[in-house]
Design a protein around this ligand. Structure first.
Ligand SMILES: [Zn+2]
Length: 124
């Protein structure tokens, strides 16, 4: 790990912090909600076979959804950590600056576009 930091101006730091904490709140709300819905689906389950099938589908769906949301929550948390230590906006892989456009689209992005492409292809 080098000591490279990205000197972002305070306004931008605040801007990303706001976007990240908003996303964090929303994700936490969704995770809590899908956990509750999962439990409710369980309690509402009857002996009807069709109901049971629908219930397991719902649970599967909720489980997948909350898994995905949890994964995102983790990424958002890490991004907030990087904001704090001044490495936010740097690719975690090549340590180059992540494109502003990419941060705009995905504020919790860990990789720059090039590294993300490599990762998507399983090369990273
Ligand atoms: Zn990179």
């Amino acid at each position: 790990m080098g000591a490279k930091r990205l000197d972002m101006d305070k306004k931008r730091v605040e801007y990303y912090k706001k976007r990240l904490t908003t996303a964090q709140d929303e994700l936490m709300r969704l995770v809590t909600k899908s956990e509750r819905d999962g439990r409710e689906a369980d309690e509402e389950a009857t002996q009807d076979v069709a109901d049971k099938a629908a219930n397991s589908y719902t649970k599967e769906f909720l489980f997948h959804q909350s898994d995905e949301n949890r994964r995102l929550l983790q990424l958002v948390g890490e991004a907030l950590g990087r904001l704090k230590n001044g490495t936010y906006g740097l690719c975690v892989s090549c340590r180059e600056e992540v494109q502003v456009k990419r941060l705009e689209a995905v504020p919790w992005a860990r990789h720059c576009i090039e590294c993300q492409e490599k990762q998507d292809q399983g090369l990273l």
